[in-house]
Structure formats: C-alpha cells, structure tokens
Design a protein around this ligand. Structure first.
Ligand SMILES: Nc1ncnc2c1ncn2[C@@H]1O[C@H](COP(=O)(O)OP(=O)(O)OP(=O)(O)O)[C@@H](O)[C@H]1O
Ligand SMILES: [Mg+2]
Length: 225
C-alpha cells in the first residue's frame, strides 16, 4: 500500500545574519493509512518546523516529501494550495476560525475551493459537525462558543474535505483539562474510524493517546516508539 506521507532526509535551515540555523535535519518518516503519530520534544526541538513542512505550508531546504505517492518537489504554489485544501486537514491551537461567522458557515468554507458540487456542501458539513457533537450549535457564531467548542469546529472544518491526513498542532493547548479530554476522545474516535493523524505536542499525556510517538531533539529524531 502506498504510504500517505513519506519524508526522506527532510531538513530545514533558517538564515539568520551570516549564520544558518538548522531547525530540523535528516528526518525520515513513513506515515501509513490509519496511523496516529505524536511528534513531541522540548521547546525549540523543531516540532512546528517539521509540521509546517509535512503540511506543505513551508518548503524544506533539502530532502523530499511524497504525499500519496506524489513527490511535492516542483509543485507550483497553486498545486500546493490545492493539495493542502483537499488532502490535508489542519487543526491549529489558535483555531483560525472566522469570528462573526456561524459554525455551519465555518465548516462549509473549505468546500468552496473543492470540486464537490455546491448542492452537497451543507449535507457534508452537517455530517462532520455531528461527528464532533456540535449539531445543536449550527447557528452560533465562533465568538459565542466555548474554547472546547471552537476547537471542535476547527476539527470539523479539517474533516470536511475528507482529507487523507489530519495535522494537529497542540490541539488541546488552550483548553482546560476537561475540554482537553473531550478533544482527545474525538481524535481517538477519528483514528478508530481509519483517519490518519499527526499530532504535535509538548504534552506527554496527550502523546500517549497516539499509537506511535516520535521524539525530536535539536531537530533530529531522538527516539521512536
Ligand atoms: N523563522 C525562523 N528563523 C530562524 N530560526 C527559526 C525560525 N523558526 C524557528 N527557528 C528555530 O528553529 C528551531 C525549531 O523551532 P520550532 O518552532 O520548530 O520548535 P518547536 O519544537 O515547535 O518549539 P515550541 O515547543 O516552543 O513550539 C528553534 O531553535 C527556533 O529558534
Ligand atoms: Mg512549536
């Protein structure tokens, strides 16, 4: 079976003045369908840098990234944007929701740029909203929701295009422990349904819910379980 994502010798360096800071180096990772991987490590170890590359939000300095059998090297900005929208679902700590827009509208948004006919958008959005348990909040605007509810909207929005990969950066970072547990349950359910997840976190307890863990140190893989 073709892996969902394969990283080969992935490196990212940043030029700061005359110096090049190596943020991430020589990362080799294979992510198969149904995997659930937590990427952990101390602050500055390269988690966000790696995640941005895996999500095609940032280009590696060297190395390759193969998504669903397709090398991302040489893809145009337009192609990358298309792939990001249809193949990858992002869940960020800061939610990135439109504040004065309703739950339903926020979740339908990524479908505008998809090939799915408009007539089906609402039905698909309602299904994923149901999956995250927010069917009773369809008409609420984001700024009228609790932190945990907002994060659930962000997850529903990440699911709506049925992506082959879901990337989450500190998805419980802004939440109290009870709301964090709700989000954990949703992530576990999604994986049990066969979704492929990559989670970035500094929280060891959250990392435990994943099937695999990759620990970064100084931009390299220190250990894996
Ligand atoms: N734009 C940039 N320019 C220069 N150096 C950077 C840049 N972004 C990140 N770095 C450096 O790269 C290294 C890895 O940063 P990264 O943000 O990936 O760490 P992280 O593991 O996500 O940390 P945290 O847990 O604090 O979010 C750090 O040493 C950081 O200072
Ligand atoms: Mg980070």
């Amino acid at each position: 079976m073709t892996p969902v994502l394969k990283a080969k010798n992935l490196c990212k360096g940043y030029e700061v003045g005359d110096e090049v800071i190596t943020a991430v180096c020589n990362i080799n990772l294979t992510i198969n369908k149904g995997d659930f991987i937590a990427i952990t490590g101390k602050s500055g170890s390269g988690k966000s840098t790696l995640m941005h590359m895996l999500g095609l939000l940032d280009t590696p300095t060297s190395g390759e990234l193969i998504l669903n059998g397709k090398n991302t090297k040489g893809m145009s900005e337009r192609e990358l944007a298309q792939v990001r929208n249809t193949d990858i679902g992002f869940v960020f700590q800061a939610f990135n929701l439109l504040q004065r827009t309703t739950v339903l509208e926020n979740v339908m948004l990524p479908l505008i740029y998809s090939r799915i006919p408009n007539s089906e958008h609402e039905k698909i959005a309602l299904e994923v909203i149901e999956q995250v348990g927010l069917s009773h909040r369809l008409k609420n605007k984001s700024n009228e929701l609790s932190g945990g509810e907002r994060q659930r909207v962000a997850i529903a929005r990440a699911l709506v295009n049925n992506p082959s990969l879901i990337l989450a950066d500190e998805p419980t970072g802004n939440l109290d422990s009870k709301m964090g547990e709700e989000i954990e349950k949703i992530l576990i359910n999604l994986n049990n349904e066969g979704r492929t997840l990559i989670l970035v976190t500094h929280d060891e307890d959250l990392a435990k819910i994943a099937k695999r863990q990759v620990i970064l140190k100084d931009g390299a893989i220190l250990s894996e379980r």
